[in-house]
Design a protein around this ligand. Structure first.
Ligand SMILES: Cc1cc2nc3c(=O)[nH]c(=O)nc-3n(C[C@H](O)[C@H](O)[C@H](O)COP(=O)(O)OP(=O)(O)OC[C@H]3O[C@@H](n4cnc5c(N)ncnc54)[C@H](O)[C@@H]3O)c2cc1C
Length: 482
């Protein structure tokens, strides 16, 4: 009996649901980044937190790598399985353990879908603020691992600002608590380290999140501009004046064309760019600031401004934006979703340069993004059937990330490094930076079995001394002592 067969037998004896049939395993061969595919050796579907810990403990004892998976909507291949490993699927861990509006907290299992937290909290006058466009399906565990963002993170912050506590199964199968219900515990910020660690430090089995009071008023405006330059300038003017909208989202002409084809959102005809600006808060503040926002949009060239009259119209404004990634499938057989960040003020210049790249390579690029955060999502369109187009799309996609670094930004805003951007990490960080990050990973996972091969370009064994240093780096022994 090989190691995987023995592991499957052991887990079944312990009452766990496991899949070993190749056809069933194929269901899990990729996440939202479908061009990477690996069939896992085994899928485990724990129903309880204890079962999740039991799977990890068994993997640790057998020296078998494991990969956590939530809903599988990740766009960087983070939940891509290992052919020699176990995929631990958390979708059955979907209990809302506690709703405590009086403490502004909810305690949930990792498989709970993002939007369900808001749905559960709304009757009490609260909601969960981080809202990835995938919020109808993505899991809170995946959000924690990716430090996910969304349209409303401009005002409210990313996942890391809304998680106060975690229960985590460490890669050796221990169960530990990081943080708690109260903010800012003493000691190193291990909670902050775990959020955004992309499944490389263990599996979160319980998450304590902040609940935010529903605002008294929400007002949403849709502005049509001739160019992305104008829309970018309006964005900077709004934020520069001290207005902090809940969201400012931009779509360019190609993204609008795709959204219209898919969901008929009725954006202003002929627009080279649209902005969706949403303000929320006390009614008096919102009313006053809304006047300013309208004025800034007009001053920077908006030729049409629509104000949502009710929730139905507001939902229609958002429908085009939230469906934009999938909508691009209507105007192109294949596309790459890129994710990078730049300082907001660089938006007009970087968008111009993306346009140049697009023309030089003969590849169309649709831009839809969180303008307020400077978080770009260029969608690089191509047709796999046309020889050379896929390669040119890859070149444009890589060049866009290089632009983000050139302008002082980052190679990922919210989708993570996963397997997709492993090669780009050294373009942002020095060898010493990467070595230090590896040491943190080693402190949690000395055996290197938690989602190996993700995030880091040159995974070193814990305790291995990198060649270019003389003598041991300060923490090189860390893997031996843990
Ligand atoms: C149409 C679409 C729109 C999207 N829009 C946004 C957006 O606006 N903002 C945004 O940030 N992202 C967005 N995403 C990306 C994706 O939805 C997020 O990254 C999301 O957080 C992934 O959650 P998931 O449950 O699908 O995780 P998965 O894809 O299953 O896993 C993602 C990573 O998390 C790890 N992981 C999963 N669960 C756990 C756990 N319990 N403990 C430890 N590690 C774990 C996995 O190993 C993997 O590395 C979008 C994706 C799609 C398809």
């Amino acid at each position: 009996m090989n190691g995987i067969d023995a592991l499957a037998a052991r887990l079944r004896t312990e009452g766990l649901a496991v899949l070993t049939d190749r056809q069933e395993l194929r269901t899990y061969e990729c996440d939202g980044l479908t061009h990477y595919r690996v069939v896992p050796a085994l899928v485990a579907l724990p129903q309880t937190q204890e079962q999740c810990a039991a799977v990890v403990r068994a993997c640790a004892q057998a020296g078998i790598p494991f990969v956590a998976r939530g809903a599988g909507t990740g766009l960087s291949g983070g939940a891509l399985p290992r052919a020699d490993g176990v995929l631990v699927v958390t979708s059955q861990l979907r209990r809302i353990v506690e709703l405590a509006p009086e403490d502004e907290r909810a305690v949930v299992e990792p498989g709970v879908v993002n939007l369900q937290v808001t749905r559960a909290a709304t009757p009490y006058g609260y909601y969960y603020a981080p809202d990835p466009s995938s919020q109808q399906v993505c899991s809170i565990g995946g959000n924690v691992a990716e430090n996910s963002g969304g349209a409303h993170c401009l005002k409210y912050g990313f996942t890391t600002n809304h998680v106060t506590g975690l229960r985590v199964v460490t890669p050796d199968g221990d169960v530990v608590s990081l943080g708690g219900r109260a903010p800012d515990p003493p000691g190193y910020d291990l909670l902050g380290t775990f959020v955004g660690s992309e499944g490389t430090l263990g599996i979160a089995t319980e998450v304590t999140v902040r609940l935010v009071r529903l605002p008294e008023t929400v007002r949403t405006l849709l502005a049509g501009f001739g160019t992305t330059d104008q829309a970018g300038a309006a964005t900077s003017a709004i934020i520069g004046a001290g207005v902090v909208p809940a969201a400012i989202e931009m779509m360019d002409a190609l993204a609008i064309e795709a959204a219209e084809a898919a969901v008929h959102c009725g954006y202003p005809p002929g627009a080279g760019a649209v902005l969706i600006v949403e303000l929320d808060g006390p009614a008096a503040d919102v009313e006053a600031q809304f006047v300013d926002v309208e004025r800034f949009c007009r001053e920077h060239g908006a030729f049409e401004i629509r104000i949502a009259a009710d929730d139905t119209e507001r939902a229609l404004f958002w429908k085009g934006r939230k469906s934009a990634f999938a909508a691009v499938g209507r105007i192109s057989p294949d596309y790459l979703v890129q994710d990078g960040v730049i300082p907001r003020t660089a938006l007009p210049e970087v968008l111009r340069r993306i346009g140049e790249l697009s023309r030089e390579h003969g590849v169309r690029v649709a831009n839809v993004f969180h303008a307020g955060d400077g978080n770009l999502h260029p969608l690089v369109l191509f047709d796999e059937a046309v020889p050379g187009q896929a390669e040119r799309a890859e070149e444009v996609s890589a060049a866009i990330l290089a632009l983000c670094i050139e302008y002082g930004g980052s190679i990922t805003g919210e989708h993570g490094v996963g397997v997709d951007k492993v090669a780009y990490l050294p373009k942002m960080f020095t060898d010493d930076d990467l070595q230090t990050m590896q040491m943190v990973r080693c402190a949690f996972d000395p055996a290197g079995i938690a989602n190996p091969g993700k995030v880091f370009p040159t995974p070193r064994l814990c305790g291995e001394i990198p060649g270019r240093h003389r003598g041991a780096p300060p923490l090189a022994h860390v893997g031996e002592v843990f």
